[in-house]
Ligand binder design. Structure first.
Ligand SMILES: Nc1ncnc2c1ncn2[C@@H]1O[C@H](COP(=O)(O)OP(=O)(O)OP(=O)(O)O)[C@@H](O)[C@H]1O
Ligand SMILES: [Mg+2]
Length: 459
C-alpha cells in the first residue's frame, strides 16, 4: 500500500519542534498538520480524519494523556504515539495501557519517527485487507440464501443451484422430504424465480380434501353437476392459469383423479365436472410428498405413469438433523422474522441456547424450529433467547453428554463428495481441483471417470 497517503497530526507546544518534524515527515511523503495544544488538536480531529497523532506528553495547555483518552473515545481508528521527555517512562507505560500505539522519547530521533510511521502504515494496510476479506466473506454468505430460502448446507446449496438451472425450462418438479423440511417453500421459490413468478401460485393439499370434492376443486364444475353445485365454479387449475399449481401430498390423490391429472398434464386441457367441453389451461405443476414415492409406486398407491410425468426433476430435502449447519442461520432468520412484527425485539440467541438447538434432533424439522423460536420470542423475558426459553425436550438435549456423531459414510462416498466440492469450487477446472485436493491431475481424472462424475455443473 502507499503509506504516503497517511495523514499525521503532530501536537507539541514548541514551534521549533513542530516545524522540524513537519518538514521531515512531509519529505517522507506524509500529509502533515500540527497543533500547539490539546484543544486545537481536538478541533482539527473533529474536522478531519488523521491516521496517526503524535503528541507531546506535557504541554502547558494540558497533557497528552487527556488527548489520548479523548481520541480513543471519539476517533477509535486513529493511532496515537506519545512523545515523552526522559524520566517519564511510567507515564509512557500508562499511555500504552490507555491505548497508545507506542511512545517516543525526546529528543526525537527522526529515524525512529520514520520507522514508527511505516510500521503504522503496514498495520493499516493489514487492517484494510482484513476488512475487505470480511466483506468478501459477507458477500459469499449472501449466497447462502436464495429467495425465501435460507441454508448453508451442501444439500441446500445444491437445491439453490438446481432451482437456478431450471428457472427457464419450467419442468414439473417432484419435491420430497419429511414433514416440515420446507417442501412448500421450495415450491414457492421455484415458482417465484421462474418467469411465471408474477402469476398466481396456488397450493392444494390432495390429502386434505374430501374425495368427492377434490375433482371439482381441481378442475371446477358446471352448475347442476351434482347436488349443491348451484353455479359454475372454476377449479384450481383455472385459478392458477398462467402460473403454478402446487399439488401437496400428491400420493394421496385417489386413483381416478390420478388418471385425470395425468391427462391434464399431457393435453394441457381440463374438463370441469359436468361439462361437455374441455378448455385449455396453461399451468405448471409442482408436486410434493412426504412419503417415500418409490414405495408409493411399488404399493400401487401412485400410478407409475403419473409418477414419471411429475418427476421430471426431483428434489429431495434432507431432514434438518442431517444438515445441522443450517440451524443457526434458520434460527436467526426466524428470530428476525418475528422481530419484524413484534414490538419487543430479541437481540440474539445465547450460546447455551444455540448449543441446545444444535444438538436437538428436530423430528418436526424446520417447522418445529420455527415454532420453537416463535415461542421463545413470545414467552422469554430477557433481551435475547436463552436456554430457559426453550422447551424441555430441547433443554435436555443440551444436557446430554455429547452430540450424536453423524453417521459414518464410506471412504468412497467421502472421496466423491470431496472431488465434487473441489470441482465446484474451481469452476470445474481439473487442474485447479487436483491442486486443491493435493493429488495429480491424472489421478483425479481417473477417479472422475471411475465414479462417473460430471465435469460440468449442468448435469
Ligand atoms: N430453508 C428454509 N428457509 C426458510 N424457511 C424455511 C426453510 N425451510 C422451511 N422453512 C419454513 O418452515 C416452515 C415449514 O416449511 P414448509 O411448509 O415448506 O414445509 P413442508 O415440507 O411443506 O411441511 P409439511 O410436509 O408438513 O407440509 C414454513 O414456515 C417455511 O417457511
Ligand atoms: Mg407442506
Amino acid at each position: 500500500m502507499d503509506e504516503h497517503q497517511l495523514t499525521i497530526l503532530y501536537v507539541d507546544d514548541e514551534p521549533a519542534i513542530r516545524r522540524l518534524v513537519r518538514e521531515f515527515l512531509q519529505q517522507q511523503g506524509y500529509r502533515v498538520a500540527t497543533a500547539d495544544g490539546v484543544q486545537p488538536a481536538l478541533a482539527k480531529l473533529r474536522r478531519k480524519h488523521f491516521d496517526i497523532v503524535f503528541t507531546d506528553l506535557k504541554m502547558p495547555s494540558g497533557g497528552g494523556l487527556e488527548l489520548l483518552t479523548e481520541i480513543k473515545r471519539a476517533h477509535a481508528d486513529t493511532e496515537v504515539v506519545i512523545v515523552t521527555g526522559h524520566g517519564s517512562i511510567e507515564t509512557a507505560v500508562q499511555a500504552l495501557k490507555l491505548g497508545a500505539y507506542d511512545y517516543l522519547q525526546k529528543p526525537i530521533k527522526l529515524e525512529k519517527l520514520k520507522l514508527l510511521g511505516s510500521r503504522i502504515a503496514e498495520k493499516r494496510h493489514l487492517e484494510l485487507e482484513n476488512r475487505e476479506l470480511k466483506n468478501r466473506l459477507a458477500q459469499r454468505i449472501q449466497t447462502h440464501r436464495y429467495g425465501l430460502l435460507v441454508g448453508v448446507s451442501e444439500p441446500m446449496q445444491a437445491i439453490y443451484e438446481l432451482i437456478e438451472r431450471i428457472r427457464d425450462d419450467l419442468p414439473t418438479v417432484l419435491i420430497q422430504g419429511d414433514s416440515g423440511t420446507g417442501k412448500e417453500i421450495v415450491a414457492k421459490v421455484i415458482h417465484e424465480t421462474s418467469r411465471r413468478g408474477r402469476r398466481p401460485f396456488v397450493a392444494v393439499n390432495c390429502g386434505a380434501i374430501v374425495d368427492g370434492l377434490l375433482e371439482s376443486e381441481l378442475f371446477g364444475h358446471k352448475r347442476g353437476a351434482f347436488s349443491g353445485a348451484v353455479q359454475d365454479k372454476a377449479g384450481l387449475f383455472q385459478t392458477a392459469d398462467g402460473g403454478t399449481l402446487f399439488l401437496d401430498e400428491v400420493a394421496e390423490l385417489p386413483p381416478v383423479l390420478q388418471v385425470k391429472l395425468l391427462r391434464v398434464l399431457q393435453e394441457k386441457r381440463v374438463r370441469p365436472v359436468g361439462a361437455v367441453e374441455e378448455s385449455a389451461v396453461d399451468v405448471r405443476v409442482l408436486a410434493a410428498t412426504n412419503r417415500n414415492v418409490e414405495q408409493a409406486v411399488a404399493d400401487r398407491k401412485l400410478r407409475p405413469d403419473l409418477y414419471y410425468r411429475l418427476n421430471v426433476v426431483s428434489i429431495r430435502i434432507p431432514p434438518l438433523s442431517s444438515r445441522r449447519e443450517d440451524i443457526p442461520l434458520l434460527a436467526n432468520h426466524f428470530r428476525d422474522k418475528i422481530n419484524r412484527r413484534s414490538h419487543r425485539r430479541k437481540t440474539g440467541i445465547d450460546r447455551a441456547a444455540m448449543d441446545a438447538l444444535l444438538r436437538y434432533d428436530w423430528p418436526g424439522n424446520v417447522r418445529e424450529l420455527e415454532n420453537v423460536i416463535e415461542r421463545a420470542c413470545v414467552l422469554g423475558r430477557g433481551d435475547g433467547i436463552a436456554l430457559t426459553d426453550l422447551p424441555n425436550a430441547i433443554r435436555s438435549a443440551a444436557a446430554a453428554p455429547s452430540r450424536q456423531e453423524s453417521p459414518l459414510v464410506s471412504l468412497r462416498e467421502n472421496e466423491i463428495r470431496l472431488i465434487q466440492k473441489a470441482l465446484r469450487q474451481t469452476q470445474y477446472s481439473k487442474k485447479a481441483a487436483a491442486r486443491l485436493l493435493g493429488i495429480d491431475p491424472s489421478t483425479l481424472y481417473r477417479k472422475i471417470k471411475r465414479y462417473g462424475l460430471s465435469l460440468s455443473p449442468n448435469r
